[in-house]
Design a protein around this ligand. Structure first.
Ligand code: NDP
Ligand code: X2W
Length: 353
């Protein structure tokens, strides 16, 4: 595709961590041209003043948010904003013919009562929301390719669901037995200043939060797990903040229905489940992933183990929270929506060490 055929893309929330990942990924994408960057407090500033390391490759200003102007400039719009804002912008952008990919939680829920319970915002966009597709390509590839509006899942949920999906789809684990112990780097909290993300608070420390079903990702994980299993189920999800900038490790435990299954059986099942998923790598027997392997890439690495003493399967899932857990997921969905190769423009090799 030459320059003339590149599609025009805008990023609303360009100054945030999601925004700057999108700039990096889309700048390298052969079929895309970034034509608009939007923001709130950063509006009016050249983008390079926010991220000086990009001054040699992007010279756009951050503009205030004017939906008519965005729609007149862009065929595709990424919304990378705090929860509760995309729902006010997506309907008008769609009506004006844009494709919209939202990185927040606004379009992830099948049932808007669940959204309201956890996020508080009233909805007057129910009809539009009903057209949104959950943007996890490994599960909903066909629907994503037909959609105009995508609600992309975030970091914890992506790592957790990729670990659990084969087990649930094949009915391999006891109902409600799944426990997700997940750890995130501090960039998971975004670029806006928050006390718990200060270096002096987060460094040399590890702590759980949102314990006992109190994290807003619990209902989102349960929604998709229930969809896969074909019945309502519950999971135990405990997130932790750890002192590193980027990366997520989700270690998932569940009780196997069949006590005869061994590690090699599970690896065969996982490998078959993800055989057409270029961004998921099932590791060889006895190999457990590190966050470093996925850092900067759109990959998810899965290590699979069985403890025959306790009859539990243990799946270790790592992703980069800002790539497969956020911006890369959005670009992977865009590739599907446009009928392009799912891997186009996305990084597959980390820096190591
Ligand atoms: N960080 C992560 O690992 C992940 C985050 N997400 C989700 O992605 C979304 C973005 O997260 P992240 O990039 O971390 O957030 P940041 O806090 O880093 O960035 C937020 C962005 O939103 C913009 N913004 C805030 N308020 C307004 C407003 N009223 N109008 C217009 N723009 C506004 C900010 O613009 P300005 O600076 O100009 O005010 C900024 O660009 C969130 O919904 C988050 O939950 C999803 C997966 C992973
Ligand atoms: C470390 C940290 O603060 N993480 C954030 C997760 C951010 C995120 O990814 O949220 P969404 O997936 O809903 O977009 C949190 O626990 O709220």
């Amino acid at each position: 595709m030459g320059d003339a055929e590149q599609i025009s893309v805008g990023i609303v929330g360009a100054s945030g961590y999601g925004g700057v990942q999108l700039v990096r990924l889309l700048q390298d994408h052969p079929n895309v041209k970034i034509v608009y960057l939007g923001g709130d407090s950063s509006a009016g500033k050249p983008f390079y003043t926010l991220y000086p390391h990009l001054s040699h490759c992007i010279d756009l200003m951050v503009e205030p948010i004017d939906l008519d102007h965005i729609a007149s400039q862009c065929q595709v719009v990424f919304l990378s904003l705090p929860n509760g804002l995309a729902l006010k912008m997506a309907p008008q952008l769609l009506e004006k013919g844009c494709k919209v990919l939202d990185l927040s939680a606004d379009y992830r829920f099948f049932n808007l009562d669940t959204y309201k319970k956890w996020y508080g915002s009233e909805r007057d966009d129910k009809e539009i929301a009903s057209t949104a597709v959950y943007g996890l390509p490994e599960l909903y590839r066909d629907r994503i390719s037909q959609a105009q509006l995508i609600g992309c899942p975030g970091c914890y949920v992506t790592a957790s669901l990729l670990a659990l999906s084969p087990l649930l789809k094949q009915g391999l684990i006891a109902t409600d037995s799944a426990i997700i112990d997940a750890k995130s780097g501090t960039s998971g909290g975004g670029r806006q200043a928050k006390t718990n993300l200060l270096h002096s608070e987060a460094d040399n420390a590890i702590s759980a939060y949102g314990v006992a079903g109190h994290h807003r990702h619990t209902p989102e994980i349960e929604q998709i797990c229930s969809d896969l299993a074909g019945h309502d189920l519950k999971v135990q999800f405990t997130p932790h903040l750890i002192p590193m900038a980027r990366g997520i490790l989700a270690t998932v435990y569940a009780t196997l229905r069949d006590p005869g299954l061994v590690r090699e059986d599970l690896i065969t099942i996982y490998t078959a489940f993800y055989r057409n998923s270029p961004w998921v790598k099932v590791l060889p027997s006895g190999t457990y992933p590190q966050t470093k392997w996925a850092s900067g890439t759109n990959l998810c690495y899965l290590g699979v183990e069985v403890d025959q003493r306790t009859n539990r399967v243990i799946v270790m899932s790592v992703i980069d929270n800002l790539i497969k857990g956020q911006a890369g997921q959005g670009v992977q969905c865009l590739n599907l929506m446009m009928g392009w190769d799912e891997t186009l423009g996305l990084p597959k090799l980390s820096f190591y060490p």
